[in-house]
Write a protein that binds this ligand. Structure first.
Ligand SMILES: Nc1ncnc2c1ncn2[C@@H]1O[C@H](COP(=O)(O)OP(=O)(O)O)[C@@H](O)[C@H]1O
Ligand SMILES: C[C@@](O)(CCOP(=O)(O)O)CC(=O)O
Ligand SMILES: [Mg+2]
Length: 379
């Protein structure tokens, strides 16, 4: 039997990091996906094929464990109906299984993803043999939510494999609300292994799609009433969300009052941004874009004060400003991707010039459609 699933990456328009500390944030799905194919051997063939294999196609990497080895190392404390957190002890056991795979040193950043794979797979499907093939259109570790798309696509495929009513040949279809809620909870548990202390915004927007306002787990789906175009620039400076998130927490412990004010300011920015995007009043698109530009500028300043910007991000901001375009980092920062608002009045020539200059620094620029579908499955 074969099941496929896909889940989108995301951009955070306002509120990253502060959202981990209870502020509001606004995020949207983008049309770049992580795809998972789950192949289960036929019951009769299962005895001859007793391995769990993970293929990361884009990286030409394959990892494989015998079911017997998984049973030996992972304590069986899982329950398929209620998502639970991976305990420290289980994570240590899983780390042994990951180490045995001798991941190439230059790809060692994959370890947390592979641990997450083993945790989600064995928790949801137990110790059954399978081959899981993963491909992605998202750059790894650059702020576009590859970790969440990975967790959401994987749990979608795992949950879909146990759905009894499999309507074949109908192309990509969404999951029902109950399964969406379930997979989102599992994906959040997966994100915890990768991020340490995730807010849950990335897995939620990847699961549900569209554009959302998110605050302490509460989701409001936003209906945009204006065109919103963003240029995405990948600085290609590698960084790790877990380290950046814990850096902000440490700063918060050292300066609780100052950081509280920063998080409050971000909360106001996200709420104002959501209101502008949804507003149906007579204000012109140009005026709305001017407000969004200013909010992005203030948000970037506050991200700077959280200590998560980077010289490469500053270069993108300076370069786009020369062309009168406003930018802010998106995701965890520290390098990674930067968003530049492309107002409706800006000519293609201006954008082309800005892109040319950005690419001369070795950055990669692209646009993506904003606010599309969330997780989908295909039989
Ligand atoms: N397709 C994938 N396969 C395996 N691991 C993945 C995949 N996508 C993401 N990951 C894991 O997520 C990590 C990147 O997550 P993170 O630092 O949160 O950045 P982002 O979510 O912005 O891409 C990678 O180092 C890897 O461990
Ligand atoms: C920094 C943060 O707000 C977003 C992280 O996004 P990403 O992993 O960099 O794509 C963390 C979170 O909300 O969990
Ligand atoms: Mg992430």
């Amino acid at each position: 039997m074969e099941v496929k699933a896909r889940a989108p990456g995301k951009i955070i328009l306002a509120g990253e990091h502060a959202v981990v500390h209870g502020s509001t944030a606004v995020a949207a799905a983008i049309d770049l996906y992580t795809y998972v194919t789950l192949r289960l051997p036929l019951q009769s063939a299962a005895e001859n094929n007793d391995r769990l294999t993970l293929q990361l196609k884009d990286l030409s990497l394959e990892f494989s464990w015998s079911v017997a080895r998984l049973k030996e190392v992972i304590p069986f404390d899982s329950n398929t109906s209620t998502p639970a957190s991976c305990s420290g002890d289980t994570l240590k056991s899983i780390a042994v299984l990951v180490e045995e795979q001798n991941i190439p040193e230059e790809k060692i950043w994959l370890s947390s993803g592979i641990s997450t794979f083993l945790w989600l797979y064995t928790s949801i499907r137990g110790f059954s043999p399978a081959t899981v093939i993963i491909t992605t259109e998202l750059p790894y570790g650059s702020g576009l939510g590859s970790s969440a798309a990975f967790c959401v696509a994987l749990t979608s495929a795992l949950i879909a494999s146990s759905i009894s009513d499999k309507t074949r040949g109908e192309g990509w279809c969404s999951l029902d609300e109950t399964n969406l809620e379930l997979l989102n909870k599992w994906a959040f548990e997966g994100e915890k292994i990768i991020h340490g202390k995730p807010s849950g915004i990335d897995n939620t927007v990847s699961a549900y799609g569209n554009m959302i306002k998110f605050c302490s787990g509460e989701i409001t789906r936003l209906q945009s009433n204006m065109p919103l175009r963003m240029l995405i620039t990948n600085t290609k400076v590698g960084r790790n969300t877990k380290a950046l998130v814990s850096g902000v927490s440490e700063r918060t412990v050292r300066h609780p009052d100052a950081m509280k004010s920063v998080f409050n300011a971000v909360d106001s920015i996200s709420k104002e941004l959501a209101a502008i995007i949804q507003s149906k009043d007579e204000v012109s698109v140009t005026e709305k874009e001017e407000s969004i530009k200013e909010l992005m500028e203030i948000n970037q300043g506050l991200l700077q004060s959280m200590g998560v910007s980077h010289s490469s991000i500053d270069t993108v901001i300076r370069t786009t400003l020369k062309h009168k375009l406003t930018s802010k980092l998106t995701g965890a920062g520290g390098g990674g991707c930067v968003l530049t608002l492309l107002p409706t009045v800006v000519s293609g020539t201006v954008v082309d010039k800005a892109v040319e200059e950005l690419e001369s620094y070795g950055f990669q620029c692209f646009t993506a459609s904003i606010g599309g579908n969330g997780a989908e499955i295909c039989f």
